[in-house]
Write a protein that binds this ligand. Sequence first.
Ligand SMILES: [Zn+2]
Length: 308
Amino acid sequence: MYIAIDLGATNLRVGIGQNKILEKVSEPTAKKSSRVITQVVRLSEYLLKKYKTSPSAVGIASIGPFNLEEGSIIPPNLPFKKLKLVKPLEKKFKTHVHLINDCHAAVLAEKYFGAGKSVNNLVYVTLSTGIGGGAIVDGNLLLGKDGNAVHIGHTIIDFERRLRCGCGNYGCWEAYCSGANIPNFIRFLSKKIRVENSLLFKLSKGLNELTSELLFECAKKDDKISMRIVDEIGRLNAIGFANMINLFDPELITVGGSIALNNPRLVLQPIKKYVRKYAINKIPEIRITPLGEDTGLLGALIVAKKFH
Ligand SMILES: [Zn+2]
């Protein structure tokens, strides 16, 4: 049996399985680095005990960026700066622990279990708390020197660098279109467009209690301002997608992450509308992943098996 771990900014998921995930448990990710390790161990032990087994190997799909030499993550979207994952877990489970970026894991999962089984050029994008990507080009998973390849959320889409990103830089795609930063982008847009008469303004108590969920909720209720903002987010997403299409020339792009999974039409429609304007390469099929929230876990299972 293998332990598969999906460590996200919002949720921690742990699963157990051999050729598929037999059972999974999840909790909101702990806010302190030391607690994350305890949490991973506790959830894993619960599953191992239930299945009366010990792990042959452990795969971790985690938000990045990484320092692979150290087996640590240095995430901009968590309240701590650094988390050493690999060594403490190898010590605890007495077996090999393999760390992979969650979007690299997701594109692997798409290739082996999802919509990408028949293609050799495939990109996965997550639109979630943050924005990330993974790419398989000519059948090869792109990893990079530190395991940080295809860090698309931090590619610059606004050269005027108007909004600051969690990574400290300005103008990153993620600073405009990720779940964590959409409220900031709405406040920025509200300096240019009149939002005062909108449902969004009313429900967010004058933009003071904004969330990305509220924006999409209002857009679904045909609130004109919310629809306009969703369209603008889609246009910026299309720039990010076009950059990937021009870089990797994929046959298929699958999209996951809570924002896309909860609002498939509102997210995909504007991307498809604008992407032709920005891409020179032939536009591939763009669709929501059929694997839902399990992309990271399934990818973690694949790497645990592969490197066992
Ligand atoms: Zn950034």
